[in-house]
Design a protein. Structure first.
Length: 145
């Protein structure tokens, strides 16, 4: 398995263990993880701390040239908000653990020149299916439904 996806899965498990939603993300530049995060909406009472937002925030202020060399890994297909952040900072590639349980605006990202790699990782799928089955109200809140 891809070591960076594995790091994102570890973040997702952290979130679940904290009572949150099991989605994790890492930002990689030049083969190094520069930011990690997990969905912390529940833990922080936040409206916006999806995994990708937490990850990018935890990477701190970076130069535009850094983002242009970055790859964003996420255990789940990024939503509109997280996709928009990747577009804003011109992150050229997103590696997605799975898009079976939720699919963000992937075609729009592609139309804007973002390379997407969708792995359909069984562990990512299982984690989200189990969470959605056991906590549907929390999941619906997270995706704005």
């Amino acid at each position: 398995m891809d070591k960076f996806l594995q790091a994102a899965i570890e973040e997702a498990k952290k979130g679940l263990n904290e009572g949150g939603i099991p989605i994790g993300s890492v930002l990689v530049i030049d083969g190094e993880i520069v930011g990690r995060g997990h969905n912390r909406r529940v833990q922080k009472g936040s409206a916006i701390l999806h995994a990708e937002m937490d990850c990018i925030e935890n990477a701190g202020r970076l130069k535009a040239s850094d983002y242009k060399r970055a790859t964003l890994y996420s255990t789940l297909s990024p939503c509109d908000m997280c996709s928009g952040t990747a577009l804003l900072y011109k992150i050229p590639k997103i590696v997605i653990g799975e898009n079976q349980t939720f699919k963000g605006p992937e075609e729009y990202l592609r139309s804007r020149g973002v390379e997407l790699e969708i792995l359909n990782d069984p562990e990512c799928i299982r984690m989200m299916e189990e969470f959605i089955r056991t906590k549907p109200e929390l999941w619906n809140e997270d995706i704005g439904e």
